[in-house]
Structures are given as C-alpha cells and as structure tokens.
Ligand binder design. Sequence first.
Ligand code: G1P
Length: 291
Amino acid sequence: MKTGKARIRKAVITAAGWGTRFLPMTKSQPKEMLPLVDRPLIHYAVEETVASEIEDIIIVTAQGKHSIENYFDRSFELEHLLEQRGDTKLLEQVRFISSMANICYIRQREQLGLGHAVLTTKQVVGQEPFALLLPDDIFGSQVPVLKQLMEVYEEYQGSVLAVEAMRSEDLPRYGIIKAQSLEKGVYQITDLVEKPAKGEAPSNLGIVGRYILTPEVFDMLERTPPGKEGEIQLTDALKLLLEHQAVYACRYDGVRYDAGSPLGWLQATVELALRHPVLGAEFTEYLKRRR
Ligand code: G1P
C-alpha cells in the first residue's frame, strides 16, 4: 500500500463523546464548550490547527452539541449590538472567531467510539492525509504540536502520532506504543495497545490527542471490530495499518493538560490564566496573596 505525499489540508476534530469524566457538568453542556479562562476548550484546538496552516476543519459532533456550531458561526445580533456600542475590540474578537477557519460538521449518529467518529469523516476527507485533534488535550508549546507532527510527516511520509513519556499508573488510560527510535524524538512504531492492563504496557510512551493519518486508515477502521469498552478503537485500526505501511510517533516538545477531566481542567485553567495578557498579572498577585 502506498503512503500519501500530499500536503496536509484538512483537520478532523472529534467532539462527539459523552464527556463522562466530567459529569454532572456534561449532562446538559458539551465538554468541548467548557471555558478555559475566556474561551471554550474547542477554541484552542481550532486555534492550533489554524496556527499549523490548516484551514479546512471537520468537526464530528453528536446530539446536544449545537452550542459548538453556534460558537463558530456569525452572530449578527451580537455584532450589531457591539457596533452600536462602539466596542470595536470585542466586535473584532467576535467576528474573528467565525472567520478563523472553514468548518463543516458531521453528526455521529451513534457514539460507537473514537475510531467510528473518525470513520464518519471518510467521504469528506477523501484520499488525502489529514490531521486529527482530540480537543481534551490542550498544549503549551513554542511550535504548535500539530505542526511538529506535520514536520515529521514531511520527512517520513506516513502516519504520525503524538506521544509522551507517562507515569506507569497512567498507562492503562491511554493507547501505548512499542517503537524503535529513528532520531531524537521520532520513532517507528512496531506495535500498539489500547489501554493495556496494569503492568502490561509495551513501553511508557502513551498516545496523546494529536495525529497525522494517511487515508488508508479509513479502510482499516472499516475492518476494525469493537475493542476496549466495546468501542471501535482508532488504536486497533492503526495496529492493522502497521501491516501495510510504516507508522511513526513524535515525542512532542511542550506541556499537555488533559482538560477533559476536572483536575486537568483546573491545571489548564490556572496555567492559562497566569499567562493571560489581561488577567495574568492580577491573577498571579491573587495566587501569591492567598494562603
Ligand atoms: C483516546 C485514544 C487513546 C489515546 C487518548 C489520548 O482515548 O483511544 O489511544 O491515548 O485518546 O487522549 P480516550 O481519551 O478517548 O479514552
């Protein structure tokens, strides 16, 4: 099977999950719309995509997720109000959100897992390599993590997964790779396991929520039976893909917050607030003052 040589033009952002780790908050609000300081979680994934020079975005949603579409759409009433008030700064911000990228939406009718969510984008993505972002993972890095993966893709022309070294107690919560080192921070994957049982992980390198995938992954997803938790797992499809083409991993440079869990969300909130251009100084003072 051939690997693609095309430029990455499209990104898929999955936003269809139940958000069970954040219940009861997510009972009536999509997790992707949780605020991180002054913008919703999914805004950061879109921003990272645009900063990586990809402008066509496919967001996979599900029932109850309309607020995501409204957020990235224009709001003429609000713009009119801000215009009348002469609040040009806010007006620009609000308009910018709806012009950041070309976004289209696909509704996953049944929530059958991450692999299934990715498979719903097959027709729209077509026969070209694409980026995949899981918006729970928020990164702080000099070069956007997606861009780091794209650089590895440029060189090796195969799928690339973002990985990080994890603590052994965290390994059962992630897809874990077995790999050979190719150069600093770049690996060729020899095996993958989705959420291995305690003590059974093939390494300490866990997959985090950024991927570059070749279109052949769709054929693999179609052949992937339900795996862990009865869901169609992307990791299982990538294991099948290994039989046909090389798959790589990039140990990204930066820090990650798992904002899809209450603790990770709190950490991300504090870190982003400390660095916020308007709130940062005052918030730092507040943290210093409190006991
Ligand atoms: C998914 C993937 C897993 C990956 C993780 C990264 O799991 O299935 O391989 O390590 O994302 O966040 P989930 O977090 O949806 O359980």
